[in-house]
Design a protein around this ligand. Structure first.
Ligand code: FAQ
Length: 323
């Protein structure tokens, strides 16, 4: 474990160290695991990175459900590769969080006991095959906007994990867009199926960027310390400006009667987001929260023998090396 030099306000040199820490961030330097950092910087990073890792792992479930039902071998292979990528993203992120002094066991326990949050978006069911395309295009589309911003983050391990993850997510986004555009040009049944998927995923996707800046308690400090480099509303706006024209061109209509293009600002403007639903979902009361948690708990239990076997093997190797 990396020896951390974490700063607490009672340290007599705290102010001086904080100024130097903030000056490093202002110069665009990365903060690395053994560097001095305020305890709150560390706490915020552990919160965000572990929530992000949990999201990747829970995020495997809605799409994974369609692997056995993919309509062709090509689509099955693409989906298998995508779901495997999400598992890998979880691994990079858990490792990045471990550099801050938290253990994998602590993070997994927080997820399995329901204490930790993960992205709102994965608490909805995938009802048809078109949902897989819409998740790839829109959900990954929003994730990429957020993660491209996080690739500029001041904490080195998180920022580097994001660069790699974004490269893989770009493929996820492309395959989702390709599938949705195909169905949007397809038979009336396919068009209905894909419009219905858009109707169900639209608002949860806009919520993924987080509450409006006025209701986002963490944003000011995260911006000050370069953990976030854009606000929730800025990310949502980038998503809208890229995706709304492309959806409309494909003949698909987001389910928002107030959606309009503002000539003056050059931006798309959305109607009111159903935030009551967002708060319910992230506090455990969404349509699939219990189901998702149960699936993760079961997977953890069923993987126990693998962890035990690895531990026994590692002990034997150590004992052999000592002989
Ligand atoms: N879901 O003050 P803010 C993916 C919570 S990866 C759940 O604005 P902050 C890949 C927030 O935690 C998707 N909770 O918070 C994939 C806080 O609660 P707390 C995951 C949310 O941190 C694709 C409270 O609300 N990505 O999709 C959400 O400044 C397809 C107040 O909010 C990440 O995690 C939400 N959407 O900004 C996989 C990226 N939004 O902790 C499979 C890293 C807010 O005080 C298939 N995280 N909350 O109890 C971030 O960038 C930020 O944490 C935000 C929230 C932007 C999510």
């Amino acid at each position: 474990m990396v020896k951390l030099r974490i700063g607490y306000p009672e340290d007599p040199d705290y102010q001086e160290r904080l100024e130097e820490f903030e000056a490093r961030i202002a110069r665009g330097e990365k903060i690395e695991p053994g560097d001095w950092m305020p305890a709150e910087y560390r706490r915020q990073l552990i919160r965000m990175i572990s929530q992000h890792a949990h999201s990747e792992w829970v995020g495997m479930l809605p799409e994974g459900a369609w692997i056995p039902r993919a309509p062709s071998l090509r689509r099955k292979l693409i989906l298998l590769a995508k779901v495997q990528d999400e598992a890998g993203h979880g691994q990079y992120l858990y490792h990045a969080a471990e550099t801050l002094g938290v253990t994998r066991e602590e993070m997994v326990e927080a997820l399995l006991s329901g204490k930790a949050k993960y992205s709102n978006i994965f608490n909805y069911p995938t009802l048809t095959w078109a949902d897989v395309g819409i998740i790839g295009w829109l959900v990954d589309g929003m994730a990429i906007k957020n993660q491209t911003m996080l690739a500029q983050c001041s904490y080195g391990p998180y920022s580097r994990a994001m660069v790699r993850i974004c490269a893989e997510e770009t493929f996820h986004h492309k395959q989702g867009k390709e599938a949705v555009l195909l169905y949007a040009k397809g038979s009336p049944k396919q068009r209905r199926m894909v419009q219905d998927a858009l109707n169900r995923w639209w608002w949860p996707t806009l919520m993924m960027a987080g509450p409006h800046d006025t209701d986002s308690p963490h944003t000011p400090l995260l911006l000050r310390w370069g953990i976030k480099t854009k606000t929730n509303d800025q990310i949502r706006q980038e998503f809208l400006d890229e995706h709304v024209p492309e959806l409309l061109e494909a003949g698909l209509v987001p389910p928002d009667p107030e959606l309009r293009y503002d000539e003056k600002t050059g931006h798309w403007v959305h109607g009111p987001i159903p935030w009551d639903e967002f708060w319910k979902v992230i506090n455990g009361e969404g349509p699939m929260n219990r189901h998702r948690l149960l699936a993760r708990q079961r997977a953890h239990e069923e993987g126990r023998w693998v962890r035990e076997a690895l531990e026994a093997y590692s002990k034997r190797r150590l004992a052999q090396a000592a002989d």
